[in-house]
Design a protein around this ligand. Structure first.
Ligand SMILES: [Zn+2]
Length: 213
């Protein structure tokens, strides 16, 4: 009889994926195993073996996570989504207000530039055609689990600041801001509080290169 050394049961690695590892605290590469296992001799997989539970293993700290960790955004994904959302929501604030108001447009372009450097007035016009405020919820909802309360409040307050460049919030803008808050899981009372606080802190803005087309 041949002697088998180093026989082991190995999880089959299907692929690698980027995850947020809360064990070692960062965006990491992880090995994804769907539960299929193999009997291995040395490093060679020789036979299928009974199925285990799927898991995801951080290659940095070796921590095993349930596969649900794949649904959690990495910090890089979250930052990218937030930048895209800043652009989308700001455009919708202008479209639901007075799109011809120069001061409103200026403030909007200034704000989008914090996320998308080089953004300008012509892009704002193109985006306004493309982005229908009625479709706002699906843009916002994926961030509801990823943002903490202060992050959600910041998203809403930023919209109020942009809208108030025109010194008032139109009923359509108010509808939009409410819808954004609700999509983030905030209550209507909470949203009203954020609007009141943001309105109290608004300062006048100076002339800016964002005016230029
Ligand atoms: Zn880790």
């Amino acid at each position: 009889m041949p002697r088998f050394h180093l026989t082991s049961i190995r999880a089959r690695i299907d692929r690698t994926a980027a995850i947020w590892c809360d064990a070692c605290g960062g965006d990491r590469t992880a090995e994804v195993c769907d539960g299929r296992r193999r009997l291995a001799v040395g490093s060679v997989a020789v036979l299928p073996w009974s199925r285990g539970t799927g898991h995801v293993r951080c290659t940095t700290c070796d921590e095993r996570h349930p596969t649900a960790v794949l649904d959690v955004m990495t910090s890089a994904e979250l930052a990218e989504r937030l930048d895209a959302l800043t652009r989308i929501l700001t455009v919708m604030v202008v479209r639901t207000g007075d799109p011809s108001d120069r001061v409103l447009r200026r403030r909007a372009v200034q704000h989008v530039r914090t996320a998308v450097p080089g953004y300008h007035q012509n892009q704002l016009d193109i985006d306004m055609v493309a982005l229908d405020p009625a479709t706002v919820a699906p843009h916002v909802e994926p961030l509801a689990d990823a943002l903490d309360t202060s992050g959600k409040e910041r998203v809403v307050a930023n919209l109020v600041h942009v809208a108030l460049a025109a010194h008032t919030i139109s009923s359509h803008q108010r509808w939009l801001i409410d819808r954004v808050g609700r999509s983030l899981g905030l209550t209507p009372v909470h949203v009203s509080g954020i609007i009141a606080a943001a309105a109290a802190s608004v300062e006048p803005i100076a002339e800016d290169p964002a005016d230029r087309p």
